[in-house]
Unconditional design. Structure first.
Lengths: 459, 459
């Protein structure tokens, strides 16, 4: 398991209940990006009679997946069977809120946890012989510098969580039934906050450009190959890019989806992790200029440093103005982000012209289910472009089921699902949140392929 | 933390009690290598009056660190203060045995644990839709192949533990006071058995030669530079290599120490981990020819495989006959292995002409202590050669103290200890148990340096 990769839990089999996406435009004034959220998985349930449960609509400063959103019946495919769903609904809601509060708490605990790690080392040094303390004097100075960088990271983290926090407080305060004790946060939760900062490095800084060229550019080039801009601009063309719907499941901090939209496609990113969603909301909606903020992504990476330059290095973000997209986004359809579980949010068949996945398919307990879902939601003649390794997220889990087919096996699954494999490349060198100054170097030799959903079923 | 690296616990500060090394020649008939073991740390204690506690001597098929060895008073520096040491001694002995039995149990549990992981996946597949099961048919075949490879690994593991097990059974059976319930083994313990197989790949196979050239050859070249063979062979030379004592702390499976001895030096390897000690004992003493055995080092590495060739790959060992060394080892002094904690085993000052450490100094809770110990045990004019990263083993520990100085900080510690830094190289590419077929590529840009302990204290 790659330490830097946030584990995202997702169900192993698709559910055909009425849990589907609910889209709301972002009402935030700072940015007019159509940054929208679906409800979180299992947040809504239908009653036993199959009627939809309407919830209190609270449209405030910004809509959020955990707010009580009006259920969108356009996407409700089927009713759930079984009894006691009103109870289930309340339990699920509490679970969701507990999860939400836990992530908020993880962000808020970052400074304390990080400081404690540093202070523990400083205390330990105090117990060492005088000669060792003297020898460690420069190291001690570095530890003090780390404390300063943590404090600066904390300022960014506060901005990231500012809205998310207040979003949730209103419904919570309105209903005492849902009051939940402050969740317990572990070092592993807080570590994911640091990982989120590394993801900002990858997606939204000048320094991360090498990773984006390796991981995103091949996908963008393939889109250009499949849907040439020259054709899109012709007056007698059968299509224009803005009519083509591209979905990016596992969108993370949204840069790939943003780049696809920048090429002129209508693009929707989908993400499950609240760590990613809080941060992408901040970047896409609250950063209306370049190089506004500074973070220290590697400040807690104490191993394998030649000098303290390595762990005290800072990056500024964003490298581009995310609101630039507005200029080519007049119809409000071109770029959006949707929160929720990929398998549950997308229930409509034959909807997408293209699905682009990058470092995503190995997040599945069962990769077959992801591949089948992608096939289902693609229009006939639509394309699936994939790039990434096979670092299966649940391979070491003792709690969740997992299978880990090799790439040769994955290709059989792809064909079995009905896809036609058009092109494949292996051994594509791709970095993932690599500190270039670290003595530990890690990269994946990724696979990169394009499949087509045939226009008519093959015999 | 590098997943493949066996964590070796070691105390953070040196102790000056009477715990010191006890050497016995290996009485094993299959090999005449002088493979010897010191007692395990804390195994022996002095009485409160400072008298040594003699223990039952049981010299059987092979001497082992956990046997009741006669205490060697040559190495007893000081008596322990405090009362109740007879009780402490029994408790310590039980702790040692519990640890020993746990490692034995981990080796013995390998097959069951590994099989269960595979069988769980096969059971999960049974629950999937028929179409998915069909798509996964080749993957299922690979899982069956994995079971076969695990069974073959198990055969080697049985050979590795055969002696170690019987060694311990005798004293255990002789004394019912020390009977200990079967220790509980976790997946993480068993994972270290698989890591041990990867170490065999690194140290004793043709395939591992690339890692040995990267990691060991620079050290061997430096020894040649410091003690040229041409000078050693001259009749009027002040020294011959066989008179020079080289110590390799953290010797692992012993290949570096073996290579140093092959160059003509008297070389002693020191190792703390029982996983390593059991395996090195098997290779050095029970493998009197080349390419005797086959293992599957990557069979449990289910992530990032292009095809099943990657995880089903086998290697044969040993690549050289470890008993070849006998021919140049007539005086019986040239090559030995000593078990125990580096900080506790080596108490004698000014003993070694050279200390060579490879992927070792980052095993310390406090690297200052390792560096000071190396300085202390070196003769004036002696050399310390080091190669490796700074992947500090306790950096993520919540239980043990840790500091993680950068290389710049480490150099200050080296100078503060009294060393003169002669040469340093950084960014030396070094692999560590890398499956070359894996899509995940990892290496360290290691540091490599040579220090001298000055002949007279600097002013």
């Amino acid at each position: 398991m790659l330490a830097d990769k946030t584990k995202i839990s997702s169900p192993s089999t698709p559910k055909s209940d009425c849990e589907s996406k609910v889209k709301f435009k972002d009402s935030n004034k700072m940015s007019s990006n159509s940054y929208v959220y679906a409800k979180h998985k299992r947040f809504f349930r239908c009653s036993t009679e199959g009627k939809q449960v309407d919830e209190l609509v609270t449209l405030e400063h910004q809509l959020w997946c955990f707010q009580f959103l009006k259920f969108n019946d356009n996407h409700c495919n089927s009713a759930m069977a079984g009894e006691g769903n009103n109870y289930d609904q309340r339990v699920d809601t509490e679970e969701e809120r507990e999860h939400f509060l836990k992530i908020i708490q993880a962000f808020k605990s970052y400074k304390t946890f990080a400081n404690n790690l540093v202070l523990r080392r400083l205390s330990y040094i105090e117990t060492l012989p005088e000669t060792q303390q003297t020898a460690l004097s420069r190291y001690k100075t570095s530890l003090q510098e780390i404390l300063k960088c943590v404090a600066l990271n904390h300022q960014i983290i506060e901005m990231i969580t500012e809205d998310a926090d207040s979003m949730f407080e209103n419904p919570l305060n309105h209903s005492n039934n849902f009051r939940i004790p402050r969740p317990k946060v572990t070092l592993s939760d807080v570590d994911k906050v640091q990982v989120t900062l590394k993801q900002i490095y990858r997606d939204w800084t000048d320094d991360g450009v090498i990773e984006r060229i390796q991981c995103y550019q091949p996908i963008l080039d393939e889109l250009e190959e499949l849907f040439p801009s020259s054709l899109s601009e012709q007056k007698n063309s059968k299509w224009s890019r803005s009519d083509l719907n591209v979905l990016v499941p596992g969108a993370g901090l949204g840069r790939l989806a943003f780049e696809i939209a920048t090429l002129g496609f209508s693009c929707e990113g989908n993400e499950f992790s609240l760590y990613m969603l809080f941060a992408s909301n901040f970047i896409l909606n609250k950063c209306p200029d370049v190089k506004l903020h500074k973070i220290y992504p590697w400040v807690m990476s104490c191993d394998n440093n030649l000098s303290s330059d390595s762990l005290l290095a800072s990056v500024v973000f964003p490298d581009v103005n995310p609101t630039n997209l507005n200029e080519i986004n007049s119809d409000g359809r071109r770029f959006s982000m949707v929160a929720g579980d990929f398998l549950e949010v997308y229930q409509k068949e034959n909807e997408w012209d293209c699905v682009a996945t990058c470092f995503f398919i190995d997040c599945a307990n069962n990769v077959c289910t992801f591949i089948e879902k992608i096939f289902t939601i693609l229009k006939p003649g639509g394309f699936w472009i994939n790039l990434g390794p096979l670092q299966y997220h649940f391979s070491n889990s003792t709690e969740e089921e997992s299978i880990e087919p090799t790439f040769e096996d994955v290709k059989l699954i792809i064909e079995s699902a009905g896809f036609k494999l058009l092109r494949e490349t292996t051994k594509l060198p791709t970095l993932y949140c690599q500190n270039r100054r670290s003595m530990l170097k890690q990269h994946y030799e990724s696979v990169f392929f394009t499949c087509e959903k045939p226009n008519s079923p093959s015999l």
